[in-house]
Write a new protein. Sequence first.
Length: 389
Amino acid sequence: MSKYQRGSLVVKNRKMGPTWYLRFYRTNADGRRVENKVVVGFVSDLPHENDARREVDRRGLSTQINEPTPHKKMTVGELIRLYSEHELPKLAESTQGTHQHNFKKFVSPRWGKLTLPEVRVLALNVWFKELGKSLAHETLQKLKATFHRVLEYGMENELIPLAENPVAKVNLKGVGREGKTQDTVVPPAVAKAILNGLQLAERTIVLVAVFTALRASEIFGLRWEALDFLNQKIWILRTWIKGKEGKGKSAASRTHVPLSGKLASYLMEWKRQSPYTKPTDFVFPSLKLSGKKPRSGSQFVKDYVRPFLVKHGVISNDYHGRCGLHVFRHSLTSVMIGEKLADPKTVQSLLRHANSKVTMDVYAHALDDVKLAAQERWVERVENASMVQ
């Protein structure tokens, strides 16, 4: 919702003499904030700004300029267009892709030609239930969040009348297929076996994934300048998604994770053999592209991660769920909490979750030394793991 504004007083020279104007902003029907001006009076009658401000109050202009903008009957499709132009570019690229996909495939075809009053809760529930026959519950939740955010954007910018968001009333309990995108847990012993079966460069990539639970985009976006060996921190400065750099998934993500002594030694060993070690070089560069870009995350998973997960029985050969580097992120969470290597608060902070509900509804932040100690215990747990015969 727009903030209350008093407007600013300015003097303009006009034919009739210097004139006071009250300047303020309004959001027009196209979603742009535009400047407006209202005549207050002549400077000859109101010589000082305080005089002009009293005249503004006397005429009730402050109230008038804060009245809601008249709305045209904007459709959901028009709202999506404005949201995509003005709000979507501010989000992480991975989030942009999810929103655009949801708009194009689901929201626009069904709701694009309707206005807000025509988007009814009962119809929404029926729609989601029908989609739930073919989509996973997790996918439906993301779709609901996308649709909800668009309508909130419209209300916040006075593009549509203020009202209760109908999408918020949708009940997804029991709707959608469960388990379609269920995360895979890699036991520490299997993680160790995978590491032992890789060459230095590939092993170091998996080591970073296993020990830090960084996202794949964050791992391949790492440059050497982000590794603070002295202070035992890895700074998440950039990501690498779909062939270009990004700024990170969220504000909570753009921080640092601890760099344990053992992990630091592995990274230093790789640095001694890497042909690209300048501060601005990628930690895991593509040799085919002369280090100008990092290695391909999807190709790395296809060539190394998935075959090992199949080999050690973590997934079947025909498994179609997630099995990339993200499985190590989920595994760290499950084992750390399950074996009480760290408390949920610390794990949440290690994973840099913006929303505490993602990690067991814990709100506080863990201290750096607590997170470092938790990572040290996790490294030790993996290194001392043994395969059950």
